[in-house]
Write a protein that binds this ligand. Structure first.
Ligand code: AVJ
Ligand code: FE
Length: 430
């Protein structure tokens, strides 16, 4: 096997180890629905195998279906999450057997495939990148499910670097064009293409994500009760939901506590805030005299190298993420403290743009000019419009395989179970 094939095999193994680790629990925990927002864990487990069967075995290799009768159950578009516990799902043991059977054949396909072939699914191992990133994204979703369930067990206390205080609050990004999206990253999704030039006026972007201390000040100063800070829709949501703090926060006397995978602990004031909706992020930004960055502003501040006039794969350059540069891959079950990654700074000096928390942007999830769906419309295209807001950067729970400066994630503006925070921006005063 050549280097690329070995790398693919290693990534396939790593993501499967991860999925199995998240589903080691007793059957009852796996088949139960912990929240109507989420699938039972055993659905995600078999779904990633079914997706792998559909794309690698059937679409890329032309192999006959193994279990066509279960396709319907694991088609995310046929059954909303809230209905999934009522489906005749494979049980945990059967799901594990099924995905292992698929995986065995996938490794045979990998052995035989021509990565320089004409088929765009084969070329550069695209179809393997597709299933690896897909499974990692479901693993992150499973972590959110487990966090909602309140179960202990997934708190990993990997070493995170210390935070660092001082330094500028905002970084200046001068006016000028940059290239948004990618023309060169082989495993990028269709929604990251094509690369296109975007010319932005000058702006300021926060060096760091908004922290819990600043967010708590917004709460203390009545931010949740003042419609001035909220969009019309956001205020409606605020009224209807009764929300008055990030999800999983509990007030105790004068202090704030949070629930994290079954533990209750004081809110660490020096961490980026997470579990806030887009509406809360938007309101905070207005209270702070700022706004959310547009998606283009976010990407330029993160990935553009103005000296070399080219985009970087990661804020710091091309080298793969490591523990000194970003908090990714569920090494610890939390964001790192603010200022922990000076070595992970972007060319413009913005920090913690990759890892720690996903960041809400001010933009709707829309196609780039010249977008072409590949390999299927249901990955990105059906979500374009004015329903979903773009999230960028990846959280502590995102794997490096599914993180890069051009990677786009999206969700409904009311969602809070995801590992999401934000940073602010503002236009240059003229
Ligand atoms: C890109 C995270 C919004 O979880 O709905 C998983 C990824 N697509 N299976 C999602 C995805 C198909 C997607 N997000
Ligand atoms: Fe999926």
């Amino acid at each position: 096997m050549n280097d690329i094939k070995e790398r693919i095999a290693a990534e396939l193994l790593a993501v499967r180890d991860r999925s199995l680790a998240y589903t080691e629990a007793e059957d009852d925990l796996l088949v139960r629905q912990h929240s109507p927002l989420m699938s039972p864990l055993v659905w995600d487990l078999a779904h990633v195998g079914n997706y792998e069967e559909l794309w690698v075995l059937r679409a890329a290799a032309g192999i006959e279906p193994i279990r066509p009768e279960i396709d319907d159950i694991y088609d995310a578009f046929k059954h909303p999450r809230k209905d999934r516990p009522t489906l005749p799902l494979l049980g945990p043991a059967e799901a594990r057997r099924y995905i292992e059977g698929v995986r065995g054949r996938v490794l045979d396909v990998l052995d035989a495939i021509d990565l320089e072939g004409a088929d765009p699914l084969h070329r550069d191992g695209f179809v393997f990148g597709l299933v690896i990133q897909h499974e990692h994204q479901h693993d992150e979703t499973m972590l959110a499910t487990l966090q909602l369930s309140g179960q202990p067990g997934l708190v990993r206390e990997g070493d995170l670097p210390q935070g660092r205080t001082g330094g500028p609050e905002e970084m200046y990004v001068p006016a000028g064009p940059f290239m948004m999206g990618t023309a060169t990253l082989a495993w990028a999704y269709d929604n990251e293409r094509p690369a296109h030039q975007v010319d932005l006026p000058a702006y300021w972007i926060d060096r760091l994500p908004v922290g819990n201390r600043a967010y708590a000040a917004f709460i203390e100063e009545g931010g949740y009760d003042d419609p001035r800070w909220w969009s019309a829709e956001g205020w409606q949501w605020r009224q209807r939901s009764g929300v008055s703090a990030p999800l999983f926060w509990v007030r105790d006397g004068d202090g704030w506590w949070r629930r994290r995978f079954g533990r209750t602990e004081p809110v660490p004031m020096d961490e980026p805030v997470q579990h806030v909706s887009w509406y809360e992020a938007d309101a905070y930004a207005r209270w702070a005299g700022k706004r959310l960055p547009t998606e283009a502003e976010w990407e330029k501040a993160c990935g553009w190298d103005p000296r070399a006039r080219r985009a970087r794969r990661y804020p710091w350059g091309e080298e793969a993420p490591d523990p000194a540069r970003a908090n990714l891959g569920h090494r610890a079950a939390r964001p790192a403290p603010l200022g922990a990654y000076p070595a992970g700074a972007s060319a413009y000096g913005a920090e913690q743009m990759v890892g720690d928390v996903w960041e809400w942007t001010g933009s709707w999830f829309q196609p780039y000019p010249g977008f072409r769906a590949f390999p299927y419309k249901e990955y990105s295209e059906v979500f374009f419009g004015q329903e979903y807001r773009v999230l960028r950067g990846g959280s502590w729970a995102a794997d490096p395989a599914a993180v890069r400066t051009t990677f786009r994630n999206w969700d409904y503006p009311i969602r809070r179970q995801i590992f999401t925070g934000f940073r602010c921006a503002r236009s240059e005063l003229v």
